[in-house]
Design a protein around this ligand. Sequence first.
Ligand SMILES: Cc1cc2nc3c(=O)[nH]c(=O)nc-3n(C[C@H](O)[C@H](O)[C@H](O)COP(=O)(O)OP(=O)(O)OC[C@H]3O[C@@H](n4cnc5c(N)ncnc54)[C@H](O)[C@@H]3O)c2cc1C
Length: 265
Amino acid sequence: MYGTVVRSAPLIPHLYRVVLGGEGLDDFADPTFADSYVNMFFLSEGAAYAPPFDTEAVRDLPREQRPYPRRISVRSWDQSARELTVDIAVHGEVGYAGRWALHARAGDRVQLRGPAGDFSPPEDAEAYLMVGDESALPAIAACLEAVPAGRSVVALVEVDGPDDELTLDSPGDLQVAYVHRAGRTEPERLLVDALGGLRLPPGRLSAFVHGEASSIRAVRRHLLGRALVDPSMLSCSPYWHRGHTDEEWRSIKKDWVRAMTAEIP
Ligand SMILES: Cc1cc2nc3c(=O)[nH]c(=O)nc-3n(C[C@H](O)[C@H](O)[C@H](O)COP(=O)(O)OP(=O)(O)OC[C@H]3O[C@@H](n4cnc5c(N)ncnc54)[C@H](O)[C@@H]3O)c2cc1C
């Protein structure tokens, strides 16, 4: 499966929207979850092949010829137009996903697999909390749209600065708090410190906490350590780890998540 870029543009300085379409999406299945994601396979400049290709067949190629897979959330899927919208964090001229989004032009193709996912705002929650950074903003935005009408929902989002504050919508009773990373030391403390200053809505809380590994670990410790959320109502996973490429991160992620979970099971 592959997508062809229909259009692309920055949503905010550090998050680029890319809309994919074309016959390569003929078999794309309706995403089942609000946080559904796809695997996008990016190629290095010297790759001797182009989408569409067989992702299994290229597995045994030398490293520099193999694709670089990245998980990216489904921001939306328009079934009638058969268009898939993804929002990708751009963090300078680094990273296969970030650089691809920065330079994506109509007609470019990208290999895909998916969708998969596992979270939608649960019906049995009385209030919702969504926490993350630019990498989780697409999933947070999709989850906010799936919150039952009228229920309290708080979104706490870390971005670079005021220009990166994306307008968010929800049928719920939404309160949005942005925190800015620019010029701050200890970026992994930003979200948890801001969370400490927020008034959380009363009632049985569902929390969706995703983004940079050290930041979300601190938030998880705060939420569970203070019994602000029941562990069964917490969806928490580290999407990326500062200072690590996705290849480096995936090689240690399992052990890292095990250690995080062991802190407060
Ligand atoms: C289920 C899931 C859903 C995800 N959804 C999205 C999504 O919708 N949009 C999205 O942008 N990301 C999303 N991510 C995160 C994304 O897969 C990773 O951030 C990925 O590492 C980005 O790849 P890259 O090729 O740009 O950078 P890499 O090649 O992996 O890394 C290059 C350098 O950039 C740093 N870096 C990586 N990501 C960021 C970032 N966000 N900000 C600053 N520096 C960074 C790395 O630490 C490294 O130093 C998701 C991850 C998961 C697991």
